[in-house]
Design a protein around this ligand. Sequence first.
Ligand code: CA
Length: 405
Amino acid sequence: MNITVGARSDVGRVRQGNEDALLVREPLFGVADGMGGHLAGDVASATAVDVISGRAGAGDGLDARALERFIKEANRTIWQRANEDSQLHGMGTTCTLLMIDGDTGWLAHVGDSRAYMLRDGELVQLTEDHTLVARMVEEGRLRPEEAQHHPQRSIITRALGVEDDVDVDLIDIDLRGGDRILLCSDGLSSMLESREIHDILLDETDPQAAADRLVDAANDAGGEDNITVVVLDLNGGGGGSAAARAQTAPPPPPEQNPDEGTAPVMEVAGPDDDTLEETDAEEPPPRGRVRRFVIALVILVLLFLAGFGAARYALANSWFVGTSDEGVVTIYRGIPEEVLGLTLKEPLQESDVTIQDLPVYLRVTVQQGIKTDSLITARRTVANLEDRSRETIEAENESEGEGGD
Ligand code: CA
């Protein structure tokens, strides 16, 4: 089976940095979507790709168990780094990994990145989202069509790096010539309906052009999150190797606006590249340094003035659910992030729940702040968290009760 690949990772229109990473290293392909404050999400997804790519290149036999092992190893590495470095505490990442061996494919999957297959004009989602809303749909508490735009759709219930071990979904797929497989982060699947994804994949024959169009469409729809896609075409015969294609395919188009930024972390089929390595900046001559300082100062003042206007707007029109310094789950007006060192939030209402009452998988998300589009949605979010904390407490009581018998 010959494979041709198109791939792209894009920061989107709203986020400051790109915390997604991708892997194109035949026969392994993957996407990872990091989470965590500052650069931590970036480190988490890059670490996952690094560990997996390193292990895959170590010459071990590749099978489903090997994939599971790679992911568990990546999980432990991220978990250890998060525990050793307070700046990285709480980081985590999704990981959706595909290995192709002849006409068999293996998917190893954790989190809410997705794998789809387009076959005979039909698009099928191969992976299950490990999210709160997917669980609510399963339990019949939410209709599937409500899940797509649900404010808590990005809360994941499983991730690499959050605990010392992780459950990995393993899925085997029979492959046929003519199949097209899409791996993507939720920055694509939450911005586009699956019908739109289907139409682009069906319409665009070249995999790189398809990847580019998917990213562009997600940006046109708002680009609220980082967007990463890997499109794989399986050809019964003929065509170049995936590695050869990927070398030329994934770099971002030259017309990209530098302000929007492109993926800082892209691992693409290179044998020895180290994506975490920093490049040394040359020391500027003293005179250039003074000028640079003045320019930086002017920019800072302008940014401050712009930031001040933006801050007032953000304060008046945004809400989020976060935690107070004492760990109490609280509704805030404003945004959880600081802008130029300014805190842009004011507490509106404390709940009866503390962060310790919540299940482990929810704590990081709540600490980072769950943004909502209205005060009503924020209240609904708190009600949802109260439900979850009650369940956790009941589960603990039950297991204590069993232990006592
Ligand atoms: Ca994401």
